[in-house]
Design a protein around this ligand. Structure first.
Ligand code: TRP
Length: 439
């Protein structure tokens, strides 16, 4: 193994770090509210379909590129392009990925800031006995307040920068090892509460009753974009982490574990939130405020709700932190490899993201634009390029050697990357763009 590059303690640490990256606001905040907006069942089914047929294969490809490239995303792609006698222009995949990560963090950190205020307010008992309406009014107050959002966004970003400044492998592996299982446990507790007190039948109906007439192009584009977003694919997070993965670890098992955990947590989050939504007559299509209204209202009614709520939002904040780190790390690793001191790189990118956050607090349009351009265009495009590069342009014996699955499965994987992913993603992408531009 190359000594130039640090490595995770074990395969398990990589799984936890990659899971830490994958599991975040995307699962607990975004998945339930987009499921609500796009009408449930058919959307969820299409999303699962995208995870299995596109997300999982692309995740394997991205880990493979990271491990084989053994560097930050830009230098990894450059190295692989040279080794395989391909154009250096391929490094654009890495560069665009770095940009996408920063752009995502510009709104991600704002939402994580909301989580921090909720953490503070829940713990101080602000929601005890509050109705969904009252919590809703409070949420509106928060999103209307530039100052409050700015403060929390700044605090969250500082946390992120502090971890990243210290280097990723030491801090993150440990943190996720302890906290991810606790988060999981808490979701289960919440699920239990939700099943006891919420309208489970209405929720199950909503999430699992498939009505394909609701699956329009925009829903498909959103589902596919979210499959990339939730698995942290298409921008180099997983590539950067993959570069730290031990050479003898199994790419397929690892990717499968991460994707399965991520999906499980999203589904549990949905099944915890929707029963409460329906029992309280809230709107499933309420948008970004969904988690911020239904959950605190539920906690407010629970005995010990202030404590539970405080702990729950703390864990969501931590999940957001372990994701945020992976959004900025590719850029910092790239700058560091290019000779800039890690601290300087962290400072420079931190300022950039902080300013971007200001812009998304200031304007809902900028917030949405950053979200849509990254999730609906940049990540899927990055995903196609990664799939094409690994399956068509890399030497096939090198690739085969890295992937420890049977010949039959390998062929399936290869053709999912060669044809299915690029074609499916292109269709959805083009159709969505046409619709978007036509608006
Ligand atoms: N997957 C994370 C979430 O669901 C967000 C995230 C972290 C991400 N790294 C990423 C999204 C890279 C896209 C690309 O919250």
């Amino acid at each position: 193994m190359s000594q130039s590059h640090v490595s995770w303690k074990s395969r398990w640490t990589f799984i936890l770090a990659a899971t830490g990256s994958a599991v975040g606001l995307g699962n607990i905040w975004k998945f339930p509210y987009i499921t609500g907006e796009y009408g449930g069942g058919a959307f969820v089914l299409f999303y699962l379909f995208c995870i299995v047929l596109i997300g999982l294969p692309v995740m394997m490809a991205e880990i493979l590129m990271g491990r084989a490239g053994n560097s930050d995303p830009v230098h990894s792609v450059l190295k692989l392009a040279e080794e395989n006698k391909r154009s250096k222009t391929w490094s654009i995949v890495g560069i665009a990925g770095v940009c996408a990560g920063l752009m995502i963090l510009m709104f991600y950190s704002v939402v994580a800031g909301w989580v921090m205020e909720y953490m503070y307010q829940s713990a101080s008992g602000a929601y005890s006995g509050a109705t969904a309406e009252q919590v809703g009014a409070n949420f509106k107050g928060l999103t209307d307040s530039f100052g409050r959002q700015l403060m929390w966004h700044s605090i969250f970003l500082l946390f992120t920068l502090a971890v990243v400044a210290g280097g990723v492998t030491k801090g993150i592996g440990k943190t996720v090892e302890v906290l991810m299982p606790i988060l999981f446990l808490f979701l289960l507790v919440l699920l239990g509460y939700s099943f006891a007190k919420g309208d489970v039948a209405a929720a199950a109906n909503f999430m699992w009753q498939v009505d394909f007439s609701k699956l329009n192009q925009d829903a498909m584009l959103t589902a596919m974009g979210h499959a990339f977003f939730t698995l942290s694919l298409g921008m180099g997070s997983i590539m950067a982490y993959g570069s730290y993965m031990p050479k003898d670890a199994s790419i397929s098992k690892t990717a499968f574990t991460v994707a399965a955990l991520d999906t499980l947590i999203a589904i549990i989050a949905g099944m915890a939130i929707f029963p409460i939504v329906f029992a309280n007559g809230l709107e499933p299509g309420a948008g970004p405020g969904l988690m911020f209204v239904s959950l605190p209202a539920a906690f407010g009614q629970m005995p010990g709700g202030a404590l539970f709520g405080g702990i729950f939002f703390t864990l969501v904040g931590i999940a957001a932190l372990s994701s945020a780190i992976s959004l900025i790390e590719p850029g910092i690793a790239w700058m560091e490899k290019s000779g800039i001191h890690r601290l300087a790189a962290t400072g420079a990118l931190g300022v950039l993201v902080w300013l971007g956050g200001l812009a998304s607090i200031h304007s809902g349009e900028i917030f949405d634009l950053l979200d849509n351009i990254t999730a609906k265009i940049m990540l899927p495009l990055g995903g196609i390029l990664i799939a094409v590069f690994v399956s068509w342009l890399m030497k096939q014996d090198t690739v085969r050697q890295q992937v420890d699955i049977s010949d039959g499965l390998y062929t399936v994987w290869l053709w999912l990357l060669r044809l299915v992913a690029p074609i499916a993603v292109s269709i959805v992408l083009i159709a969505g763009l046409v619709e978007w531009l036509g608006k």
